[in-house]
Design a binder for this molecule. Structure first.
Ligand code: ASP
Length: 486
């Protein structure tokens, strides 16, 4: 007998079917036992009558979250028992047989409701249980739909999705790298990508004119509010484009995405307003202005572009560093100054951000595609000749073999989904998020490794153990305290 999803049952009144799922609730009404059975598609009421004693006795033992298989007949509910709130509210199953597939301990927290009142570290430790919550499951479904929409949209625009390496070399995105020690070449390290920036530009050198990737990026940042040490972005790059082309494509993508997947939302201004960085700072004191006219309207989406960022800013040591991305080109009228290393503070980058309701969704830019301009950027930042060659020689080489002008953008998927789902933070739309300080309470990561592993890597730990490195212990203490409080 094939498995039926509970959502299908309403259309099969009178039939005998087999369903599988979790016991959502169990209640007794006189001698009759009711189970609400939950599967991925919804909830169905199942009725156990004492007549069928063996099955009834087993049903009496059922507890919430046990996994069961039930065979029975789908029948219409009596008129006054109809529940209009659920899809299967017109019907119920009259159980004939019951099999317990897995038992469950009492859960550490309730999975009804939105879960916002439960301590987040406990939710994260038992994330697989938290994911049974309707809200989180729905967020992951929407996230899947957003990603699928993006893939289909870009496919129609002739983009191809290309994977780039995870084990790579440091690429500056203004953050710290996560390093992975090499066993075969002791003392050397890979870096996890802060973004696929260099690879995507090298793909342009490789003649792949329209690239995208749903890319995981790793940034070792200090605990900073609503950030994750790894995040997912739609990374894209196009050859033979100017700023206008990238802005137009991105805008079209977002407008269509909202129209198709979030029809109850309204985009405040189309085309998206463009605000030069200087004006944003002057007028809104922020480079992420929240332009929403009605701040209380949860369905209003105020997109805007912030453009014309300064290229360089002073370092505390008095040198220069990039504001956004060292691979950006200056706006055409500043190329001369860049090459001559003059009026550095006035050079404007051909760089743009997209902001939604006061949150940065994406950064992008038109890139330097000649070796001279890229070299000039690193020289301004005080890199020595050898250092430029060692770190970015491959880029300079690539640009010396005929690389077309190119540019791109990288909108953050976690951020987009959290805003469109009206979630207060990105952790709510990530299946297995970490805490703000990069800890995974479920897997207890980061964690110590064995002496043997360290020896193989040629690594000696010189830092004394702190309470923070001993994350497993700390997590256990927190868990005990939190559970005691409940
Ligand atoms: N690489 C940039 C980032 O990850 C985005 C881009 O310029 O395409 O922020």
């Amino acid at each position: 007998m094939p498995r039926f999803l509970v959502s299908q049952t309403a259309k099969h009144i009178g039939e005998r079917v087999r369903i599988q799922g979790w016991v959502n609730t169990r209640r007794a009404h006189g001698k009759i036992l009711f189970i609400d059975l939950r599967d991925g598609s919804g909830i169905l009421q199942v009725v156990f009558a004492p007549l069928n004693k063996e099955v009834y006795d087993l049903a009496e033992q059922l507890r919430p979250e046990w996994v069961v298989e039930i065979v029975g007949q789908i029948v219409k509910r009596p008129e006054k028992m109809v529940n209009p709130k659920i899809e299967t509210g017109m019907v119920e199953m009259s159980a004939e047989s019951l099999k317990v597939l897995a038992k469950a301990e009492t859960l550490p927290f309730s999975i009804d409701g939105d879960g916002m009142d439960i301590n987040e570290e406990i939710r994260m430790e038992y994330r697989y249980l938290d994911l049974r919550r309707e809200r989180l499951k729905n967020n992951l479904i929407v996230r899947h739909k957003v990603i699928k929409f993006i893939r289909d949209f870009l496919d129609k625009e002739d983009f191809i999705e290309i994977e780039t390496p995870m084990l790579t070399k440091s690429t500056p995105e203004g953050s710290r790298d996560f390093l992975v020690p090499s066993r075969l070449e002791k003392g050397k390290f890979y870096a996890l990508p802060q973004s696929p920036q260099q690879y995507k530009q090298l793909l342009m050198a490789g003649g792949l004119e329209k690239y995208f990737q749903i890319a995981r990026c790793f940034r070792d940042e200090d605990s900073r509010g609503d950030r994750q040490s790894e995040h997912t972005q739609l990374d894209l790059e196009i050859s033979f484009v100017e700023r206008e082309d990238v802005l137009e494509l991105t805008e079209r993508l977002f407008i269509k995405l909202v129209e198709v997947l979030f029809p109850s939302k309204k985009i405040q201004d189309i085309p998206f307003p463009r605000i030069p960085y200087g004006e944003a700072i002057k007028k809104y004191n922020s480079d992420k202005p929240d332009l929403k006219k009605d701040k209380n309207d949860p369905n209003l989406l105020a997109f805007c572009w912030v453009i014309d960022f300064p290229f360089f800013e002073k370092t505390p040591e008095g040198g220069w560093t990039f504001v956004h991305n060292p691979f950006s080109a200056p706006k055409p009228e500043f190329i001369k100054d860049l090459l001559n290393k003059k009026n550095i503070e006035k050079i404007v980058a051909n760089q743009y951000d997209i902001v939604l309701n006061g949150q940065e969704l994406a950064s992008g830019g038109i890139r330097n595609h000649t070796p001279e301009t890229l070299k000039a950027v690193f020289e301004i930042m005080g890199y020595k000749k050898e250092e430029i060659k060692e770190k970015f020689g491959h880029m300079l080489d690539a640009f010396s073999f005929g690389t077309p002008p190119h540019g791109g953008i990288a909108p953050g998927i976690d951020r987009i989904v959290s805003i469109l789902q009206n979630e207060p933070n990105i952790r709510e739309v990530i299946a297995f998020p970490k805490t703000g300080d990069g800890r995974d309470f479920m897997m207890h990561a980061p964690s110590e490794v064995s002496k043997k592993q360290l020896e193989e890597l040629g690594i000696k730990i010189s830092v004394p153990k702190t309470s923070k490195t001993n994350i497993t212990e700390k997590a256990k203490i927190i868990k005990k305290k939190k559970i005691a409080k409940k």
